[in-house]
Design a protein around this ligand. Structure first.
Ligand SMILES: NC(=O)c1ccc[n+]([C@@H]2O[C@H](COP(=O)([O-])OP(=O)(O)OC[C@H]3O[C@@H](n4cnc5c(N)ncnc54)[C@H](OP(=O)(O)O)[C@@H]3O)[C@@H](O)[C@H]2O)c1
Length: 313
């Protein structure tokens, strides 16, 4: 099969399109014929091995799994001995291992809603599960600010918060205003032209980069600041923001959260229902061919992605 393979950590250009053996599913895994694989910031971390702390998971010297990629949508080709409820031929989406390839193994997949294309479904697991996690506890009528609303996690966070009945103020740059206006936000703020003001029950910071004091000012007393992301945590640990939240927690009466999202079948099934009902819709920007994974990752890292991007083998 064809796959994007890396022998060492480095820039996205270390990836090469090669012919390698198909992976074999473990007892709890399925083998998928990949129809589309989502690209997110996590795939850049897999390829570069940065921050170094991530190498505890990905492999200390070189990647343990030489094919990156997590988000996937495809068709079940074979099932492991302990897998129940899925059969060859089933269309599924979720998180797999080495999904930038024609075939990949996966443990956490659920049935794909029929109204979604594989390209759309491949955008869901990583970003929408993170959005769900960030919105835990949100109630109808609450005021929610989403910073970084035009990206992968942001485009789902805005839609889910609106679907849960919150009034959403979405913050993005000028290139994503049009996209974000269509996601159900009550108000859209171009951070290049306007200051962030107001008091919110929940502020979800996906973009990073703003001082804690500024973010906390946007949270009403007793409200919550949820830190989802930041790409400025340094080459070693990359956890500066989460650590900062931990240190500040005892000194504020506002709730500070920095959750780590892991896609689980329960969350995927819940999202699947919302997608099937048309309550939320993937914001799919572009599809790249498998051999162009380096260009896709660079497009994302350069901030161009409006919503999500995927690759197709
Ligand atoms: N905690 C977890 O479990 C978890 C899970 C998944 C992802 N993450 C992290 O979440 C972050 C975002 O991921 P993603 O996939 O959504 O990335 P993404 O698609 O690149 O989206 C980030 C968005 O932030 C916007 N942005 C950049 N600077 C901004 C600023 N100063 N103010 C407001 N918006 C700004 C960018 O576009 P514009 O500037 O053009 O608006 C972009 O749309 C990453 O750091 C990722 O590692 C965390």
């Amino acid at each position: 099969m064809k796959a994007m393979v890396q022998d060492r950590y480095g820039p996205p250009e270390v990836l090469e399109l090669r012919d390698i053996d198909r992976p074999r599913p473990g007892a709890d895994e399925v083998l998928l014929r990949v129809h589309a694989a989502g690209v997110d910031q996590g795939t850049w971390h897999q390829v570069t091995g940065l921050p170094y702390l991530g190498r505890l998971v990905f492999g200390p010297r070189r990647p343990r799994v030489p094919v990156p990629g997590m988000d996937v949508s495809g068709v079940v080709e074979a099932v492991g001995a302990r897998v129940t409820g899925l059969r060859p031929g089933d269309e599924v989406f979720g998180v797999g291992k080495g999904t930038f390839a024609e075939y990949a193994t996966a443990r956490t997949v659920v049935r794909k809603p029929a109204n979604l294309t594989h390209e759309q479904a491949a955008t869901v697991a990583v970003s929408a599960c993170t959005a769900l996690k960030a919105l835990e506890g949100v109630e109808a009528g609450q005021r929610v600010m989403v910073i970084g609303a035009g990206g992968g996690v942001g485009s789902y966070t805005v839609q889910l918060a609106a679907a849960f009945g919150a009034s959403v103020t979405a913050v993005c740059g000028p290139a994503k205003l049009e996209l974000v206006r269509g996601l159900g936000a009550t108000e859209v703020v171009n951070y290049r032209q306007e200051e962030l003001t107001g008091e919110y029950d929940l502020v979800v910071d996906i973009a990073g980069g703003r001082p804690f004091a500024q973010l906390l000012r946007l949270v009403r007393p007793g409200g919550t600041l949820t830190l989802v992301g930041s790409e400025e945590g340094g080459r070693w640990f990359g956890m500066g923001r989460a650590f900062g939240a931990l240190v500040r927690r005892p000194f504020t009466r506002k709730r500070l959260r920095a959750p780590i999202s892991i896609a689980r079948p329960t969350a995927l099934n819940r999202l699947s229902e919302l997608l099937a009902a048309g309550t939320i819709t993937p914001a799919l920007d572009r599809t790249f061919p498998l051999g162009d994974v380096p260009a896709a990752i660079t497009y994302l890292r350069d901030g161009h992605a409006r919503g999500k991007i995927v690759v197709t083998p």
